[in-house]
Design a protein around this ligand. Structure first.
Ligand SMILES: *[C@@H]1O[C@H](CO)[C@@H](O)[C@H](O)[C@H]1NC(C)=O
Ligand SMILES: *[C@@H]1O[C@H](CO)[C@@H](O)[C@H](O)[C@H]1NC(C)=O
Ligand SMILES: *[C@@H]1O[C@H](CO)[C@@H](O)[C@H](O)[C@H]1NC(C)=O
Ligand SMILES: *[C@@H]1O[C@H](CO)[C@@H](O)[C@H](O)[C@H]1NC(C)=O
Ligand SMILES: *[C@@H]1O[C@H](CO)[C@@H](O)[C@H](O)[C@H]1NC(C)=O
Length: 384
């Protein structure tokens, strides 16, 4: 934990013996946060991998070349079929609400991070006043629930070969939405009046899947780092220089198998997540210090989250960095509107925003709060 966090948040940490779940409460004069470990059981349809697990980094680079190949769609079939599966997991989530009661506090923003990061993406602790989405949302009176995706942070570890599938992540997001709406794991917020979904990148695809399959569970959606140009992904994937995470940083990511990958060096992170001079190099090092490996199965199952038009009729905003490389091929201008209209045809006041002069990781770039302001002004305008 960065020492600034320790300085910033004071006080009491307690073990809730009654529920036998460890919960910790942090207070300061702007926000109060409670941490939970949430047991969740999912039943989903899983893909069955047809490829060999990675033994070493040469297997990884061959595999990435295969999926990034010009004719990959024709030549490469990663799965042999599907199976029904039931699993139980522990998910680490944090709820923060304004310490001083506000009208908006009864709206919870349920934030899902993207690949490469855990829940700390939403609560950046270096120059938090310029970068932390949680702090910004609290300053606008909102409450935020943010969590570690399965396989990241303090949530359960699973195999990166067949465990951390998109369908499983989606089932977890669905259950978290149901639990929060019913007032469980909401700390001092109690039962919320509204639940809005916020995502970054893979977290936005998951949130898109949620409002498509279960539109009744959301009152509004803010998708950051989202676009649908699949031809952009192969070069971006290559640019990361993916390597087996446990060969990169000994002892850092305990319990992850060889199917969890991370950039070979920090420049690989810069290539994928950042653009030009739109960020502070110190922030790149900070983001690297909180980075999480991605599971190969996450990449391979991502497209199962995009299942067609959503019936969702609440407000939807898509906001992506102008120069987003992985999702827009380095230029998001004029690429968001068309597909967004197809997917969210029944949304109220659909907005697509090209956030100027940044790459994929909006929150880690200069003017992060400029994006947050656009997002929360929009929710506020629609009384969410
Ligand atoms: C999965 O379960 C559904 C019913 O929920 C069933 O129709 C389907 O055949 C099952 N699939 C497999 C592969 O067992
Ligand atoms: C959008 O709403 C219209 C009118 O209610 C309906 O006919 C249409 O099926 C809806 N679209 C989707 C994708 O549900
Ligand atoms: C980005 O795309 C837009 C729309 O196609 C185009 O007008 C603009 O020139 C492009 N920007 C760059 C830097 O190529
Ligand atoms: C970035 O800020 C947006 C604003 O909503 C938030 O949804 C997202 O989770 C944040 N991600 C990062 C990386 O800060
Ligand atoms: C900051 O972001 C907002 C929202 O995208 C934008 O309107 C504004 O022009 C940006 N400011 C700069 C200096 O790029």
């Amino acid at each position: 934990m960065p020492s600034s966090l320790l300085l910033k948040i004071s006080v009491l940490s307690l073990l809730n013996l009654a529920s036998s779940l460890p919960t910790t409460i942090f207070h300061d004069n702007t926000r109060t946060c409670q941490e939970y470990i949430i047991p969740i059981t999912t039943t989903t349809v899983e893909a069955i991998p047809a490829f060999q697990p990675f033994r070493d980094n040469f297997d990884v680079v061959d595999f990435v070349n295969q999926i990034a190949a010009r004719d990959a769609a024709k030549s490469f079939a990663p799965f042999s079929g599907t199976r029904n599966a039931t699993h139980s997991y522990d998910i680490s989530g944090t709820i923060c609400w304004p310490t001083v009661q506000t009208e908006q506090a009864k709206t919870i923003l349920l934030a899902t991070p993207g690949l490469g990061f855990d829940k700390r993406y939403w609560d950046i602790q270096m120059n938090a006043e310029e970068y932390s989405f949680v702090d910004y949302a609290i300053s606008r009176g909102y409450s935020v629930f943010f969590y570690d995706r399965l396989g990241t942070g303090l949530s359960s570890k699973v195999s990166g070969y067949d465990g951390a599938q998109a369908s499983t992540h989606l089932a977890i997001l669905k259950q978290l939405s149901v639990l929060l709406r019913s007032g469980q794991y909401t700390g001092g917020v109690g039962k919320p009046s509204k639940l809005a979904h916020v995502g970054h990148s893979f977290g936005s695809f998951l949130s898109q899947g949620l409002i498509t399959q279960n539109p009744e569970l959301s009152d509004g959606a803010l998708f950051t780092g989202l676009a649908w140009d699949s031809s952009s992904q192969p070069p971006a994937l290559e640019s990361m220089g993916l390597r087996i995470a446990n060969t990169q940083s000994e002892g850092r990511w305990v319990g992850l198998d060889n199917q969890y990958l991370t950039s070979g060096d920090i420049a690989g992170n810069a290539a994928f997540f950042f653009h030009g001079d739109s960020y502070d190099k110190q922030m790149l090092w900070y983001s690297d210090s909180v980075a999480q490996p991605l599971a190969i199965i996450e990449l391979l199952t991502l497209t199962t989250l995009i299942t067609g038009p959503s019936k969702f009729h609440g407000p939807v905003m898509v906001i992506s960095g102008e120069f987003d490389f992985p999702l827009c091929g380095g230029n998001c201008t004029d690429t968001l509107r068309g597909p967004a209209e197809l997917f969210f045809s029944n949304a109220t006041d659909l907005q697509t925003v090209v956030h100027p002069k940044t790459g994929h990781a909006i929150n880690y770039s200069f003017n992060a709060t400029g994006a947050y302001a656009v997002m929360l002004d929009y929710l506020h305008k629609h009384q969410v």
